[in-house]
Structures are given as structure tokens and as C-alpha cells.
Design a protein. Sequence first.
Lengths: 321, 421
Amino acid sequence: MSTTSELDLASPAPAKASPARSRRGLRGNSTFNFWLFTGPFLIGLAIFIYVPIGWSVYLSFFEARFTVTPEKFIGLDNYRHMLTNDDFVGSLGTFTVFAAFIVPTTWALSLGLALLVNRLRFMRAFFRSVFFLPTAVSYVAAALIWKMSIFSGVRFGLMNTVLSWFGIENIAWLADPNPPWYWLVIVSARLWLQSGFYMILFIAALQNIPAELYEAAAIDGAKRGWQTFRYITLPQLRATSTAVILLLLVAAYQAFDEFYNLLDKTTWGRPPLVELYLKALGENQDYGAGSAGAVILTVLICAVTLFQGRLMGFGRGDESK
Amino acid sequence: MSAPSNSNFSRRTALRAALGLAAAGGLAACGGNNGRGGGSGSGVGLNQYFHAYGEAGTEQAVKKYAKAYKDANVTTQWITAADFENKLFATLLTDNAPDLFEFHPQIQMVRSGQVADLTDIIEPVKDDFNPADIASHTVDGKTYGVRMIDDPQFFFYRPSLFEKAGVKVPETLDELIEAAAKLTTGKVKGLYLGNDLHAVINPMIWSAGADTLDEKNQIAYHTDGVVEGLKKMRSLFTSGDLLLGAPTDYWDPSALNQGLCAMQFCGMWAMPQFQQTLGDDVGVFPFPKVTADGKPSVYNGGWSMFVNAKGKNVDAAKEYVKWLWIDQKEYQEDWATSYGFHIPPRTSIAEQATKLKSGLPAEGVKLFNEFGHFDNIGWTQAMITALEDVFANCVRKGGDPEAALDKADAAVGRELKKLFG
């Protein structure tokens, strides 16, 4: 309403009536406009996100094999089954360790790339694009390239060819879990796919740091390089770092594509989502147990994220300063 | 809505309504594509699922047969994924489920009412089918699938390489391991069993004198012979004589054809491709016996047509299955022998199949008849996965066979209890 009156005051008297009147239709009913603009999105969100979540919570209390409209209520049996299922609990453990490794590694790599690209004096846009491009690659396509050409176990695989120059025997990177070379394959694929995106976030944050801070630091005698980085750059990146780590944590627990494609038919290196996929959509078609697992995983992700947010102060008012 | 109270029904109001409708319409449109296609509008539309066969011309053949059928418009989904069964099982629960599909006989699909009873279309020609193929598709006197092709699986080898290395065709698993060692040179590995070795699980169990389930549908794979076999497989896996991490899996003839290995576990289907590349320099032998009291074995796999009992056009789908896989013998022979080699499950067609009568194909047929084990309908995908985990855990990962088998017992037991009580 206040905008309308401001407009009235600013407008000359004769022209006031008709334009203000027709505008009032759109401006006056702000509740309706709110729903007009957010409605379609909310409907989509409800249908594709909240209904499935609600449905899987519902399914998790039923014996739902070979059906998604079950009738037999079994209470917490599915939860009991999933929590005593070694494969699922084991994969939660493995992927907590995986997250503890991959999150700092990706964070450090993307921050490093951002610092390097940001310091470039020429061809900055080129390198920024080069590092960002893998983000656009499908995980499945990347997994197949990693599996069939780079880390193929035969003598003409890229890595085996390189190793053979040094007289090293062919290695079955993915087929043989001892030693666990498959982690090398997965971690390299994941870093290649993901760090570019987080690098862009860091570059944006780096460009937001006021130059005066660096000037002031230089005047105060801070040395260029490590000292400036440690006491100016890093604290200034705190908000972005927190967000990046949060996203990485969620991504680590939600890992699926490259694991599913690289480690086909193994019993090792299965992320929780692959376990759930096999449980619910695989040959077992046990939607009840699968949903129970999904709920457990969601709760876990929420808990870890909230804990991390509290630890690093995500969402606090002063965090952007 | 505020529209009625508004005195002048402006174009903005109309626009709002239109926007709302468009948003709703856009969402509703999501359900429109069910993969059935428009077609010419004559007759019913049927949708069938096939896994992607590796041989050239197979997809065209399936579509050619479908086109020749006049009473329905049959569309084919050619599923290229390695996990055909996962995709099939998932879609069977939805409205986009195919009306008919190829798969292997598994009792859980019968128990859950997913596959239709096909007894009435098979009954008239029952005597023409291989009795084992009828038995493997029958539960309580009702037959649920029509076998299209039988695919025995065995080893292919290069006799010239055997001669050079002074190796004879292995008759025991120990001899196979020894042969693999002798045949391994700088560039050629002795043996290829596929990247996950899962293709040889059942043959190894049978060759150890055991079975997956016994006649009473109880666990029959947990024997000392199988444990011995698993330990031998582990020693083979770690010997360095096994080709691992090849770009193609066991069902593709590339590994042997490209000279990556001297022996490969594969199937009858790939025989034409082996012969084309290697000429006369290719032979076959069954999975050798694992224990002294064991017997060589061959897995007689294959594919069958099933009708989705929950589909919208069950009768039309049954008619199509009857037309193509019971009546059209010419197409059935074409399907079995023109692309890859498969053994026709029907005696009358098998007798006519001249391509399978001599040379290497005849040897394959002999192995099929002499050492073959057919599918057991009670052995379901969940149980197959349980034994795949056994192989993964103790052959590839080096775990204790007894512990791995105990774990499988629990999983298989859970499944058996659900299916047979």
C-alpha cells in the first residue's frame, strides 16, 4: 500500500487516476501475487519432493514388496531390519569415513584451483572454463570413461600403458579389491567432476574480498603469501567454505552414479544409496525396507549437517562479515 | 478467486487464469508419455521389453516380427543397460509396464501375480517343447512362459595356443588353473571368466556335485565341495593368469577374439562371431569337475517370453506370444540361428536347424545335451544375488568361504520362507 501512495504523490494529478487504478489490480492484492508466482513452483515441489518423501515415510511402516500401495502394517520392523542389516550399516560407516576424507580433499583442491585461477593475469576466463567444464559432464559418462579407457585392466588401458613404461605389471583397478585401487579410481573421478563447481563458488567469494583489506594488511606489515592468506583470505571465505563443506557433506552421503557404474556387482564400496537402490528397486523390490533406510539416511544427513552448521556457525548473523 | 468481486474483468485477470491453467496443464502433461506410441490407430497397442542382444541384426529382427503381426501394433523397447532385470522389475510396478517381456523363469513373479498363466497357449504344442524347458516354467501344473531360445554356456579356447603351450583340454578345475598358468604369456592372459566371475557360479556349484536348491526347495549349495571350489577359484583369481578389468564382459566374444586371452567362458550365442574371427582355431569344453565325485557341467540359460498379468491388454499380449512364439516357426528358427547361435527349444525346429548339425555348433549342442543344467524356477533373483555376493566376498575379496556361505544361507532362507513358507 505504501508504494501505491508514494506513486500517487510522485505522479502528476491528471495522469493519476487511470494508471494507478489498473496497477492496483496487480499491486494491491499482494497475497494473490505471492501465490501466483510461487504457486507453480510450490505445486512442483509438493508433487515431486514432499509427496515422495511423505510416501516413503508411509511405506517404511508397511510390508511393501512388489508394490507401492501396501496394506500390511508392520510398525518398525523395516527399521529393525535395516538397522541390523550389516550391508547398510556398514555402508553408513564406510561413507562416514569416505566423507571425512573426500570433503576436506575436494574443499582444498577447489580452493587451491580458485586461488590459482584468481591470480592469473591472462587467460583467466579460459582456465576458469576449463576447470569448470567437467561439472557439465554426466557422472555416468565420466564413470564409463574412467572404467573402460583410463582405468581398464587390460594392457591397453591408459594407466596400465603408462605404468608399463616403467615396467610395472598390469593392474586390475576395479576387478580386484586387494589392494583397494578402486578408491583411487573413484576419488579421481569424483574430484575431476566436482572441484570445478566449488572452484567457481570460491572465485566468486575471492572477488568479493575488498582490496582495502589487503592494502591495510600490507601497510600493517603482513607478508604476502601465507600470512595474508591465513589471516585475511581464509577468514573472509568462511561463509563460502561453510556452504561448500555443507554441500560436499550431503553429496558424499548421496553418492550414487559413479559408484554404481564403476563398482558394478561388488559387495564393497557401496554407498548407502546404492544399498537402498538394490534393496528397493533391485531384484528384491522391498520398498518398505528401502524407504526405512532412506528415512534413516535422511535423518543422518540432517544431523550431520546441523552439527557441522553449529560447529562452523552457518546461518549466524555475523558470519558474512 | 478475486475475479468475481472485481467489477471489470480485465485482461490481467484472464491472463492470471490462463497462467494457472498452463501451470496445471504442464504438470498434467507429464503423465502423457507411456512409451506406447501413437501408431496407426488400428487395433491394440502392445509394448514389449527385450534386453539388448549383442549380435548384429537382432533388434531389426524383433521389430520385423512385430511389424508382421496384424492384430496389434507392437512396439519394442530395446533395453541396453546391463541391469535389464532391475529396470524390468521397477517398471512392472508402474503404469508404463510392458505388456510382454523376455526374462528367465523366476517363481517370485508368479507368486506376486506379475506374469500371466500361459498354459492354454502352450498346451497344444507342449510335446514339441524340450521337457526341461516346460518343467522350468511350470508351477503347480501351470506354465507361465514360452521359451524362445536355449543358450548353453561353456568355455571357448584356441587349440593352436594349447598346442604351443603343451596343454590339453582341462578335465578338472585344477587342470584348468594349471592350463591358465601355462597359457599366460607377456601379452596374453590364460583365461577370461568375465570381470565379476558371476557367470561361472552355477557351473562351479554343479561341477562340485552340488546344486542351488534340491527337489524340496531347500539350500543345496552349501557343501564341502563348493567350499573347495571357492578356494580354488580364489587361487585362480590371485594367480595373475586371469584376465581382469576387460572392457567387455564375458558374454561378448571380444576378449578371445582380440587375443587378450587363450580361453574364455562365453555362450553358444557368440559362436558365429568366434568362428568368423578365429576360423577353425576355436574349440569348446564344459566347466570341468571341481571335486573327484563331481561332473562337468553346462548352464543351459536362455530367454523366454512372459505376459504382464497386470497389463491392460493381457489377452492381446497372449495372442501375440502365441502367434509369434508358438505358430510362426519360420521366425522362431530365424531368431535361433540367423544372428547368434541358440538352441531352439522346440524339437521340430531343432531338427530342421541345419546350421547346428555339424562342426563346432554340433559340439555345443552335444555339451548342452550331455552336461546341461536348466533354470530352476524356484531360484530367484534375490538368491542369485546372494551367491554373487559369496563370489564377490570370498573369491574376489579373499574372505572366508564358510562365513560367506552362511551369510548367503540367511538371505536365501529369508527368500525361501517368503516363497514356500
